[in-house]
Design a protein around this ligand. Structure first.
Ligand code: PEP
Ligand code: MN
Length: 280
């Protein structure tokens, strides 16, 4: 593995805490609970989801406005309208907003709506994009490339840090494997490994990590047990009708039950749920 300059653990032995403006934090005693639909689809969808996940104990609302789709003919996201809907729904419920940015030219507009910029798995080594989000100064959620080694992933983080942006959170979302039984192979061993190698916070995405709604809860719990600083979970009012990633999206009820169980696991590993949001 290459030597890290800025991301290496020794550079900040106490660990980095990445804070968003609603009080959500990645890396402190409180976990970050990020939840929401794969894609922002409509006002009704994102409003209902924001309300439900905030009530259940989430503190960060996710939702794609620019979607990286394998087919150019698949739904590409609501773009600026999606950003507006996400921002408004997050604000109404005291949540921070994280959303993906696909193109260096969109970093500025996306950063004007979001509290955190997501770099998706397919763009983990888009170096022009990494530099641009580094320059933006906004907190960055850096997903692991689906075929990226830990070394490559940390070097990608290093690109953002090297532009003077210290606020990087790593997100394990599974890697492609030989076995199609699950969508990806969620690599939970990287959670404690990264804690040795880097001071950056790490969260786990069991939705893309498994592709199967029924596996989301056990793998989210396992991620927290392994020491993750939070989870990122896809939640949809009606997963069967979701425009993207329905099979791995969980309902509001299941999300509520999941957060309650995360609270139990958190205690066992010296962590806790975030304080209730700022919702009015
Ligand atoms: C997503 O979070 O909806 C997404 C596209 O994730 P990934 O980049 O991990 O595939
Ligand atoms: Mn998705």
């Amino acid at each position: 593995m290459r030597e890290l300059k800025l991301a290496r653990r020794e550079a900040r032995p106490e660990g980095t805490v990445v804070r968003l403006r609603n009080g959500a934090a990645f890396g402190g005693a409180a976990l970050a609970i990020c939840a929401g639909p794969c894609a922002v689809e409509s006002h009704e969808q994102i409003e209902a989801t924001a309300s439900a996940v905030a009530r259940a104990g989430a503190n960060v609302l996710r939702g794609g406005a620019f979607k990286p789709r394998t087919s150019p003919y698949a739904f590409q996201g609501l773009r600026r309208e999606g950003l507006e809907l996400l921002r408004a729904a997050a604000d109404r419920h005291g949540l921070a907003a994280v959303t993906e940015v696909l193109d260096p030219r969109d970093v500025e507009p996306v950063a004007s709506y979001a509290d955190m910029l997501q770099i998706g798995s397919r763009n983990m080594q888009n170096f022009a994009l990494l530099k641009e989000v580094g320059l933006s100064g906004k907190p960055v959620l850096l997903k692991r490339g689906f075929a990226a080694t830990v070394d490559e992933w940390l070097m990608a983080a290093e690109y953002v840090l090297a532009e003077g942006n210290p606020n990087v959170v790593l997100c394990e979302r599974g890697v492609r494997s030989f076995d199609a039984a699950t969508r990806n192979l969620l690599d939970l061993a990287v959670v404690p490994l990264l804690a040795e190698l880097t001071h950056l916070p790490v969260i786990v995405d069991p939705s893309h990590g498994t592709g199967l709604a029924r596996l989301v809860e056990p793998m989210a719990l396992a991620g927290v047990a392994a020491g993750a600083d939070g989870v990122l979970v896809e939640v949809h009012p009606d997963p069967a009708s979701a425009v993207s990633d329905g099979p791995q999206s969980i309902t509001f009820d299941r999300f509520g039950a999941l957060v309650a169980r995360i609270a139990e696991i958190a205690v066992a590993v010296g962590r806790r749920l975030p304080a209730a949001g700022l919702a009015v």
